[in-house]
Design a protein around this ligand. Sequence first.
Ligand SMILES: Nc1nc2c(ncn2[C@@H]2O[C@H](COP(=O)(O)OP(=O)(O)OP(=O)(O)O)[C@@H](O)[C@H]2O)c(=O)[nH]1
Ligand SMILES: [Mg+2]
Ligand SMILES: [Zn+2]
Length: 349
Amino acid sequence: MLIGTVTALLANYYWVTLDPGNWPCEKLLCKVRSRLRKTGQQVFVGDRVEVQEPDWEGGRGAIARILPRTSSLDRPAVANADQVLLVVSTQQPAFEPVVLSRFLNLVEYSGLKALVCINKVDLVDAKQEQEILARVNYWGYQGFAVSALEQRGFDALEAAFQGSITVLAGPSGVGKSSLLNRLCPGLTLRTGEVSDYMGKGKHTTRHVELFTLPKGGYVADTPGFSQLELSCDPQQVAHLFPEFRPYVADCRFRDCLHRDEPDCALRQANLERHEYYLDALKEAEQKWQIQSATADAESLEKVLSQASGNKAIPKLKSIHRAQSKRTERQKLAAHTGQIWVEEDADEED
Ligand SMILES: Nc1nc2c(ncn2[C@@H]2O[C@H](COP(=O)(O)OP(=O)(O)OP(=O)(O)O)[C@@H](O)[C@H]2O)c(=O)[nH]1
Ligand SMILES: [Mg+2]
Ligand SMILES: [Zn+2]
């Protein structure tokens, strides 16, 4: 049986890198067999697949089956990833703790392991580099200080990649593609100039692809998470901060939100990220409200339309809009180089 890993997508074709064996070629360009396509299952980069009918001369094949996934990320669409390496830079764009923290929350929520890479250490002195690293460690994460430009700090990073599928993510312009180009000699990913006076990068990476590292492991350069909004049960938010865990376990209230409850163990610990936690909590509460209100409204709409024999009834959705946290999200969006999209823009019906 021919098994391989999907390493790239091109319109309706997939590059499958075959597991080591005595094959005439390492990679096959494959279509998805119609039987599989009809099941509606989407093939992701990172998927382990069974290939049939190889045409070794033409380098073609057909994907017949997707093996069970160990994980799956939606945006970016990557299957079987083990970890996410969040890349940030010391300068250009400047290190923003609040933005890194939010990225970390999203990785925690995905259930994957998070690692942090601090790039462009050539732009700061050793003391500033140590300060950022110490902070990342204090938050409960392993950090790697590197310079893609000077090819510094690569050994530890390469060791962390071995045997895993790692997704690179992080704000635009921090040097993800530059880093990969240096790690994989021969690779020439497009890198962008850090454009304007705000030191923001331009979006240059647009599709997902897995690269095989010379020292082992696969890495995906991605266009980044398409949104930084947390949309989870407010009760879960505290669990997205590893350094909170001992205090959350100690808290004497079982369903404490660790906000203004008296004698809350987490609040008393006065941790650096408690402030970020409160923001994330507020946002999660708002999203959660909108979600349940929309669900309520939709079921109400359904009941009403059934009761009225499907006669037209007014839309209820728009009544339940919570206030948009416009400026805060604009800030997060600005720091990631994302294009800000007005939330209500397409709901004006
Ligand atoms: N000084 C310095 N500049 C760097 C370093 N690494 C990357 N750069 C520069 O930073 C800019 C952005 O790099 P990219 O690799 O395109 O950044 P990216 O994270 O892939 O950006 P997106 O694809 O938009 O997400 C380029 O001008 C690089 O030359 C570094 O270690 N030091
Ligand atoms: Mg890039
Ligand atoms: Zn508490």
